[in-house]
Design a protein. Structure first.
Ligand code: ZN
Length: 102
């Protein structure tokens, strides 16, 4: 079953816990309620990307075929979608993401 929680920093969409209450994203390592008190999600995202967008957790392994750039594109694309509401490439990304997850 697919997790309902998505990391607002890196776009990892299989969080086991909501992005709050000191839960840590296994992908980007953001500790919610701690790191995001000091920095905005977009700042944390920029930091993660600047450090090479590496997988954070040594306990949770990345999904098969994990691609941080595609993950970020899907996340940022959805943000763009909320603002502009018209971008066919966003729809394509979303469709691609669904195919990968299935
Ligand atoms: Zn994350």
């Amino acid at each position: 079953m697919k997790s309902p929680y998505e990391c607002p920093v890196c776009g990892y969409d299989a969080l086991l816990e909501p992005p709050a209450d000191y839960n840590v994203c296994p992908c980007c390592g953001t500790e919610f309620g701690y790191h995001d008190l000091v920095h905005s999600w977009s700042e944390l995202r920029a930091n993660w990307l600047a450090k090479g967008a590496n997988w954070f957790s040594s306990y949770t392994h990345p999904p098969y075929g994990w691609n941080p750039m595609r993950q970020i594109q899907a996340l940022v694309g959805l943000e763009v979608l909320r603002v502009t509401k018209t971008d066919s490439s966003v729809t394509e990304l979303r469709a691609e993401k669904t195919t990968v997850a299935a």
